[in-house]
Design a protein around this ligand. Structure first.
Ligand code: NAD
Length: 352
């Protein structure tokens, strides 16, 4: 296993391998960058096929959090944690408490929250050993998914305004892939503004709810990306824009909550060439982390949602920057994020 020469290492500040024999905990905490503040990022529990796979995932995800928080204007850095294990079989109070003690030992440099395989109640168990947890009811903001959906909604509106010249969503056709925690709330916002919805999910109950509540039409999961719509909103899986799917895409805008939507950088270039406006995933799905960041100054939903609404303005800034500098929107987002987190204003080295 490589670390410093790992392809995803990218100047991580700290990587901690956590093992607790009594509870069977094997976890990795990666802290990518703390120039803007403590590294915040969720904890994922997944039955990785190998330790290498777990390391690759945690490094990629923690770097992503640095970029996301930076572009969202937050005083937070990027970090992430992965637990190697099966979320259905391997959870125990002892395991989460052991992880909590490791997080506590980092003295606040890393703050955890929920992610794939981890429930809010698991974060609460981690919180029995450390105060460096976020996104739990006791801290005020609770489930981040509705906030993420609101951010995606404001991003879609900005993209529709920029690309199609429409100032509202009446009659705009949106295909949503995945009606889970984010997709459901997104459908609600979009339907509320008069968008026409086409939806797909592998869960029949999720479809039935969208059909009855939002008057959506459903299509087969494998057909959703090829629909003749204005906006394609991936809210399920990563890497949905790839060599296989790209030739079938008819939407003029791609804007959804899923992380890592482009299978590879060259797909961003291919979308640009095809005249498709891609809204960078970590920009449009930052609503959840923005919402959580408001816990640190006493959570106020109105203030949090006002900041989430500004995702739309940042989207416009990115679209213009990309157009002016003739680059993909993904590259533009990276450059603007790097401008902020790579040039901190006088990061203190010692507490005053
Ligand atoms: P979720 O697990 O609640 O929902 C995912 C939905 O996608 C489920 O309903 C699932 O049945 C469906 N699905 C799975 N495979 C599918 C397929 N092949 N075709 C169609 N539907 C399929 O997850 P979520 O919290 O709603 O998150 C959705 C995406 O957004 C994920 O990629 C997640 O990483 C990302 N994201 C979520 C948040 C958040 O606040 N929850 C924040 C940032 C990013």
């Amino acid at each position: 296993m490589k670390l410093f020469s790992h392809p995803e290492f990218d100047n991580h500040e700290e990587v901690v391998f956590c093992h607790d024999a009594a509870s069977g905990l094997n976890a990795i905490i990666a802290i990518h960058n703390t120039n803007l503040g403590p590294a915040l990022g969720g904890c994922r529990m997944w039955p990785y096929a190998s330790e290498d796979e777990a390391l690759t995932d945690v490094l990629r995800l923690s770097k992503g959090m640095t970029y996301k928080s930076s572009l969202a204007g937050l005083s937070l850095g990027g970090g992430k944690c992965v637990i190697i294990g099966n979320a259905r079989k391997d959870k125990s109070e002892a395991l989460f408490r052991a992880l909590g003690r490791f997080i506590e030992s980092l003295g606040g440099r890393y703050i955890t929250a929920e992610d794939v395989g981890i429930k809010v109640r698991d974060v609460e168990t981690i919180g029995l050993e450390t105060d460096h947890v976020a996104g739990i009811p006791a801290k005020g903001s609770g489930d981040p998914s509705p906030a993420t959906a609101f951010g995606v909604f404001t991003g879609i509106k900005a993209a529709v305004r920029y690309k199609l010249g429409n100032h509202d969503l009446r009659g705009v056709r949106v295909a949503i892939q995945g009606l889970g925690a984010v997709g459901y709330h997104l459908a609600n916002y979009l339907a509320g503004e008069g968008a026409e919805l086409l939806v797909a999910d592998i869960n029949e109950d999720a479809i039935a709810r969208a059909l009855s509540e939002f008057g959506a039409k459903s299509v087969a999961p494998e057909a959703i990306i090829a629909q003749n719509v204005d906006v394609f909103a991936p809210c399920a899986l990563g890497a949905v824009i790839n060599d296989e799917t790209l030739p079938h895409l008819k939407a003029r805008i791609i804007a959804g909550s899923a992380n890592n939507q482009l299978a590879d950088d060259h797909h961003g270039e291919a979308l640009k060439q095809a005249g498709v406006l891609y809204v960078p995933d970590y920009l449009i799905n930052a609503g959840g982390v923005i919402n959580i960041s408001h816990e640190f100054n006493g959570y106020d939903r109105g203030r949090a949602y006002a900041q989430i609404a500004r995702i739309g303005e940042t989207c416009e800034e990115i679209f213009r920057f990309a157009e002016t500098h003739v680059m993909t929107t993904a590259k533009a987002a990276d450059q603007l994020a790097e401008r902020r987190f790579l040039k901190p204003e006088g990061k203190p080295t010692k507490a005053a």
